[in-house]
Unconditional design. Structure first.
Length: 267
């Protein structure tokens, strides 16, 4: 019997709000620079989507940043160093969170269409509950409010790529079958989370951390250059396990319709 989609689970920053996922980039860079280390944008974005302390640890484990730390401090980084950087990251993020709660173009219309199809809207995030206490009311004021929100805090801080936040969504949304769920996100960690949970996974390109461009930068690129960047981002999604890659969140209702008709193939 063909399974029908009963729920979607959206990521937040870079998927539903914060075009290009820049709040986190700004805060991570500021926290590292406090300790005299300047990460590149690629180094900052590579672990995006993970629980934030884990994100910092992954950055420090990178070959270049590990060497920079060793050269500057004379010894390899430790767990205490990760804690210290996180201690600078969190206040830096809280300083800018309110500026990055605007829904991405097309999100509100897409969510309405999906709700009109009788499908529930869940969400997972790499943000802590304290961070989401800032984001959620602002997003709601701007018109975006999913039916369910699960943070790493809700699952013993075992965030992405672990599947537990997705499964907790199923519990709260009363969805019995993981095959009736699509996880949508903007990072490799989102895709890994969804695959580990056992659901369909879709990456979104425009507005994503994977693409890493502001809306102004997207529209400032010529067609050939933008197409090249989009194709590279799509390859990274596929490598991380994405079943589908959407150029824009507005393509999601059409994907759901095709899945409900039994057209389960890569697009």
């Amino acid at each position: 019997m063909q399974k029908k989609i009963k729920a979607i689970i959206l990521d937040w920053a870079g998927t539903a709000i914060d075009y290009g996922c820049f709040a986190l980039v700004e805060a991570f860079v500021k926290a590292f620079e406090f300790y005299g280390i300047s990460p590149t944008l690629d180094e900052t974005r590579a672990p995006m989507g993970m629980q934030k302390r884990t994100h910092i640890a992954r950055m420090l484990d990178g070959e270049r940043l590990a060497k920079l730390w060793m050269d500057k401090y004379g010894s390899p980084h430790t767990e205490k160093d990760v804690d210290n950087i996180y201690g600078k990251f969190e206040p830096a993020l809280f300083e800018v969170l309110e500026q990055y709660a605007e829904p991405l173009p097309g999100v509100l219309d897409t969510v309405k269409k999906i709700r009109d199809m009788g499908i529930a809207i869940g969400s997972t995030t790499g943000y802590t509950k304290a961070m989401m206490d800032v984001v959620v009311p602002l997003a709601r004021k701007n018109g975006y409010s999913p039916d369910c929100l699960i943070c790493p805090d809700d699952v013993s801080n075992t965030g992405r790529p672990f599947p537990y936040m997705v499964w907790r969504n199923l519990e709260q949304l009363k969805v019995a079958d993981i095959r009736e769920v699509i996880k949508i996100g903007d990072t490799a960690a989102d895709m890994e989370e969804g695959k580990n949970a056992g659901c369909i996974c879709a990456g979104v390109l425009r507005g994503s951390s994977m693409l890493g461009l502001s809306e102004k930068e997207v529209y400032g690129k010529n067609h050939g250059e933008l197409d090249f960047l989009l194709k590279n981002a799509e390859k990274e999604y596929r490598k991380a396990g994405a079943d589908y890659v959407l150029r824009n969140i507005t393509e999601l209702p059409k994907l759901i319709e095709s899945l409900n008709k039994g057209e389960r193939k890569h697009v």
